[in-house]
Design a protein around this ligand. Structure first.
Ligand code: BES
Ligand code: ZN
Length: 597
């Protein structure tokens, strides 16, 4: 791997080289082959300027069959050795004056950026499904490319799928060509994006319009439910525009994926990908949509240059998400969001260790897989730094700064250091006043962390603290709480309860029957930690159906931590893991390994 020597900046997770030609536009022809679980691709890389000499691309599990240059001449290439994190460097030797280069290739059936689902893993059970998840460094398993957030590309794609399936991408739809047993979907993405925002999904899909510029896609069996759940998205877009400026991506469409999707949401531009666990039936989990929508500004417009600056994406976006919620539901609701986030932050810091460098905001990740560095730290610690800055300068001045920041860096990728330099230019002395250096470069949570005061949150915490002394909420209280209030209360309860108390808790809140997965999983985590057998059936059902890593971690963790249920955790994993996304499988396997057999 290259070292960050004299060069101003390199991405430790890419072979792309600043001194070489840069891709400006991609033209992709992708044929989706469900039988062989592979994409047969033709990728044309259009260069920013005519160039020659070496050009290094990122690939992982990609088989190249031919490379040709603009004129049709063959291009010599050389595939380097496999690095377990980066994959293989593909070095092209371009003849002088090359304006574009064509690569013919196919992907590997176990490409980590792609999940191929059997019909049984879908809601409809009749057709297979494919989806991509390219962040942080998995685009290279789908397309050979300069897979670094420092570079941006526009793209055109033609995706051929078996009829009657449909394809969607992180791009605008430009038409469909019906073939013999196939359908070819055309896409254009006119705004330049980092390659981690390339996205593709293929399946039996239907859509419902939610507003002139917003639509939701899902399998036919879920599309009505999804349309109801996300009906408020246009209001969110309007509020977000009021806060962060015009929505620059034309449409805001969403895709509800099958339950193995490993994240809650992914901000693929023009087509946010969402887990079906958001379909609570009461619109109580739309904060995830607010989050992914907010990435349209923080992340997709102004992008982290590399994973070492990931907090610029997620910290700003959590902050923005809560500003949107505040604008819609008021200050109290936003404060509850901050209070709920505290637990995830504390758990992440505890998981790495309070002095771990992975709890710094500005990280150094050479030799470290970004998926292994992933935690709530860049999210919740990052967002707290943004609030600290906001409070230090005052909201009006901060909002003005933010507008300048978006204007200055739109469609660019920046580092923490560039952010700081701009902050210093616009608001001199503020970073020092907030002690931003400690936040960025020291582990753990600094002493000047902002405090979020809310009478509601304090009352809930006090009530939960009384649990062991027999204090219980009244049924009127239980009935009056919002999902967030209930979640905060559950979070504050002891992690281990006697069986009668588990039963009483479940009964009082109807927890096992909850459609809200945040509540359901918080409860099942307590139940697993309490070795509460009546809940095992539901735990198994959730672990077999859902692949969202946020839920797998605590549930398997709680089961494995108790000796009596450790074998159960392993047995469920053995049964469920073939249906998991590769990322989820890796996370759970790593977690279970830490416990003795
Ligand atoms: N961009 C992330 C998901 C991600 C991060 C994928 C890093 C791969 C690598 C997305 O915006 C996200 O943060 N999702 C959260 C939503 C939550 C914070 C509201 C999730 O999946 O839980
Ligand atoms: Zn995010």
């Amino acid at each position: 791997m290259r070292k960050g020597t004299s060069m101003a900046l390199v991405d430790p997770h890419s072979y792309a080289d600043d001194t070489q030609p840069v891709t400006k536009h991609l033209r992709l022809h992708l044929a989706v082959d469900f039988e062989r679980k592979r994409i047969d691709g033709r990728a044309v890389l259009e260069l920013a300027a005519p160039a020659g000499g070496p050009m290094d691309l990122d690939t992982k599990g990609i088989t190249i069959s031919a490379v040709t240059a603009s004129g049709g001449g063959e291009v010599l290439f050389d595939l380097g050795p496999e690095d377990p994190i980066l994959g293989r460097r593909l070095r092209l030797k371009l003849p002088t004056g090359t304006t574009e280069v064509l690569l013919r290739y196919h992907t590997s059936p176990d490409a980590i950026g792609l999940q191929w689902l059997a019909p049984e893993q879908t809601e409809g059970k009749r057709h297979p499904f494919l989806f991509s998840q390219c962040q942080a460094i998995h685009a290279r398993t789908m397309v050979p490319c300069q897979d670094t957030a420092r570079f941006r590309v526009t793209y055109h794609a033609e995706v051929t799928v078996p009829a009657p399936l449909s394809a969607v991408m992180s791009a605008g739809p430009s038409g469909v060509i019906e073939g013999k047993g196939t359908r070819t979907f055309l896409f254009d993405m006119p705004q330049p994006i980092p390659t981690y925002l390339l996205a593709l999904a293929v399946g039996e899909l239907e859509s419902r319009d939610l507003s002139p510029r917003a639509r939701v896609w899902a399998e036919p069996a879920t599309v009505e439910k999804a349309a109801w759940e996300f009906a408020g998205v246009e209001e969110m877009i309007v509020k977000a525009e009021g806060l962060f400026g015009p929505y620059d991506w034309d449409r805001y469409d969403m895709l509800v994926l099958p339950p193995s999707f490993p994240y809650g949401g992914m901000e693929n531009p023009r087509m946010t990908f969402l887990t079906p666990t958001l379909l609570a039936g009461d619109r109580s989990l739309v904060d995830v949509v607010a989050h992914e929508l907010a990435h349209s500004w923080t992340g997709n417009l102004v992008t982290n240059a590399t994973s070492e600056h990931f907090w610029l994406n997620e910290g700003f976006t959590v902050w923005a998400e809560r500003r949107i919620l505040e604008a819609i539901h008021g200050e109290e609701a936003a404060t509850l969001g901050w209070a709920i986030g505290e637990k995830a932050l504390a758990e992440s810091i505890a998981r790495f260790g309070a002095d771990s460098p992975l709890t710094k905001l500005r990280t150094h990740l050479e030799g470290i897989d970004p998926d292994d560095a992933f935690s709530s730290v860049p999210y919740e610690k990052g967002a707290r730094l943004v609030v600290l800055l906001e409070r230090t300068v005052g909201r009006a001045a901060w909002d003005e700064f933010l507008a300048d920041y978006m204007k200055r860096f739109r469609f660019q990728s920046i580092t923490t250091e560039e952010f700081l330099a701009f902050l210093e230019e616009k608001l001199p002395g503020m970073a020092a006043k907030a002690n931003a250096d400690a936040w960025l470069h020291e582990p753990g949570l600094p002493a000047n962390a902002p405090v979020f005061r809310s009478e509601k949150a304090e009352a809930l915490a006090a009530l939960a603290a009384g649990w062991e002394k027999g204090v219980r909420p009244t049924s009127e209280q239980v009935a009056s709480w919002t999902a967030s209030e209930t979640l905060l209360y559950l979070q504050k309860l002891p992690r281990r309860l006697p069986a009668e108390e588990c039963a009483a808790l479940d009964e009082a809140f109807g927890l096992t029957g909850k459609g809200n997965y945040e509540l359901l999983v918080e409860w099942l985590t307590i139940a697993a930690g309490s070795d509460y057998e009546p809940a095992f059936g539901k735990i198994r059902e959730v672990l077999v159906r859902v692949g969202r890593m946020k839920y797998l971690r605590p549930l398997y963790g709680a089961l494995a931590a108790t000796e009596r249920t450790r074998a159960l955790a392993r047995e469920i994993f053995a049964a469920a893991s073939p249906t998991y996304h590769g990322l989820s499988r890796r996370v759970v396997a790593g977690l279970l390994e830490k416990f003795p057999a």
